[in-house]
Design a protein around this ligand. Structure first.
Ligand code: NBP
Length: 471
């Protein structure tokens, strides 16, 4: 009988890539997929001495010593429950199931509790990096029982990406913590991508930069403080020639983007937690607006273009957008990490923010130089309320906010939609404590609903008689 170290259940793009990654690192992997032909195709296309196909779950289970380990890589939602229902009756107390898909953290909490009652350890395991990351080194965010983590750590930490020699995988916290961190990672990814798209709009439509100039500029930015996976691929994208005609592919791609839901989950969760993640929400809304293709065409005819203003010369414009983008990026990460801090308290997870930033440094979509600075900020102060209060990021805001505001003025005057950058400026202003207009809102609430109000000159709760007409 062939012995395996771990079973991978679900051999589509992600499961196949992770299974091969494990096999490359010397782990004996059992591969199982609901549809037999997917397993057969994998073995035919990628034969590997450490990867063995199984066509019956009970045989996959029998191939392991206890505690057995299984990584589920199927579509999030009902399929995960169905696989658990088939697998768990075959297991013993102490065995482990890892869900490596993009499951909703509340589902993970429920499954973890149900399986814990049977003595089975369940790990909601966020995996980022897409197909390439999964194949050659993803960022991995496992959440579950801390003591049991020791059994899966050798496999996960070996196959994870490495940043300065350290694995981009670490124990996140109990039950849904790993999937929560992955959800917020994806939310930040939405904001990051939207900010880059807005920088592109500003440079192309107000600044008049060509694709070649943009490619060079992004490649240079990728040497400095904006250095990141997303900036790097964006530089390459601007250079890519079209497959069908002359010119770059970017100019032939439809201006409408989809979403799978993790950004929306982050946004909904933030409202539940009472945390402002306005850049992530703006990024979700920007994709929603981009989908209204026919309505946008119609409204373009109806609403005249603004008169517009001239942008400054290219060297100045480039600098404004670079600084503005960096400043806005700080606010996006500050919001995302604040949401993690609230969730950590709410769910009792004891998340370690510096460690989270550290495992985002390689393997995942938001990997960036910048994350080193986030780790340092949390090392200096593990209880840091908001990244913008750390001296390094505060300095970034101080230096960059004027550029952000100027870039926004140019964009808004020229009718360029900049929802995420606008939210960054609004967040900085709300954060720095300038009048928020809430005195008037208190007055309105007291006027129409007798909701009472508080005063600046004395303690207590007050109600004013606003006159009968307002009742
Ligand atoms: P998909 O999300 O496309 O799911 C396909 C897999 O799910 C196939 O193996 C399929 O089996 C299996 N499956 C389904 Br659908 N229903 C099932 C059921 N009732 N019982 C058993 N298996 C079932 O695969 P993926 O793109 O590899 O992604 C896997 C997970 O990783 C997802 O949660 C995804 O969100 C997440 N993720 C994906 C990426 C990415 O870049 N693609 C990145 C990060 C995370 P079949 O072959 O029999 O239909």
């Amino acid at each position: 009988m062939y012995r395996t170290d771990i079973g991978v259940i679900g051999l589509a793009v992600m499961g196949r890539s992770i299974a091969l990654n494990m096999a490359d690192h010397g782990f004996k992997v059992g591969g199982y997929n609901r549809s037999r032909q997917v397993t057969e195709r994998l073995i035919e296309e990628h034969p590997h001495e450490n990867l063995v196909p199984f066509y019956e779950l009970k045989e996959l289970v029998a191939s392991q010593e206890r505690p057995r380990k299984f990584l589920i890589m199927v579509k999030a939602g009902k399929p995960v429950d169905l696989v658990i229902d088939q697998l768990s009756p075959l297991l013993d107390a102490g065995d482990m199931i890892l869900d490596g898909g993009n499951s909703f953290f509340e589902d993970t909490r429920r499954r973890e509790q149900q399986l814990r009652e049977k003595g089975i350890y369940y790990f909601g395991t966020g995996i980022s990096g897409g197909e390439k990351g999964a194949r050659f080194g993803p960022s991995i965010m496992p959440g579950g029982d801390e003591a049991a983590y020791a059994h899966i750590a050798p496999i996960l930490e070996t196959i994870a990406a490495k940043a300065k020699g350290e694995p981009c995988c670490a124990y996140m916290g109990p039950d849904g913590a790993g999937h929560y961190v992955k959800m917020v990672h994806n939310g930040i990814e939405y904001a990051d991508m939207q900010l880059i798209a807005e920088a592109y709009l500003l440079l192309k439509y107000a600044g008049g930069f060509s694709n070649e100039e943009l490619a060079d500029m992004f490649a240079r930015w990728n040497q400095g403080k904006l250095k990141s996976y997303l900036i790097g691929i964006t530089a390459d994208i601007f250079r890519e020639e079209d497959d069908f005609q002359d010119g770059q592919l970017i100019d032939y791609i439809l201006d409408s983007a989809g979403q799978k839901g993790t950004g929306r989950w982050t946004s909904l969760e933030s409202l539940k937690q009472g945390v402002n993640v306005s850049l992530i929400t703006a990024a979700c809304n920007a994709r929603i607006m981009s989908n209204r293709i026919e309505k946008r065409k119609l409204a373009k005819e109806l609403i005249p273009e603004p008169k517009g203003i001239s942008a400054p010369e290219k060297a100045v414009m480039k600098e404004l957008v670079e600084q503005g983008l960096y400043t806005a990026k700080i606010t996006a990460y500050a919001q995302g990490f604040e949401l993690l801090a609230h969730a950590s308290k709410e769910y009792g997870w004891n998340l370690r923010y510096g460690r989270i930033a550290a495992i985002f440094r390689a393997g995942c979509i938001i990997q960036a130089e910048f994350l080193e600075d986030i780790t340092k900020a949390f090392e200096k102060n593990p209880e840091l309320d908001n990244l913008m209060l750390d001296s390094f990021f505060l300095d970034g805001i101080r230096k960059g906010q004027e550029s952000l505001r100027e870039a926004l003025c140019i964009g808004i005057k020229n009718g360029i939609p900049l929802p995420a950058m606008s939210q960054a400026a609004a967040y900085i202003d709300a954060f720095r404590g300038v009048p928020a207009g809430a005195n008037l809102i208190q007055a309105q609430r007291d006027c129409f609903g007798a909701h009472t109000y508080e005063r600046i000159d004395r303690d207590g709760i007050f109600h004013h008689d606003w006159g009968q007409d307002h009742e």
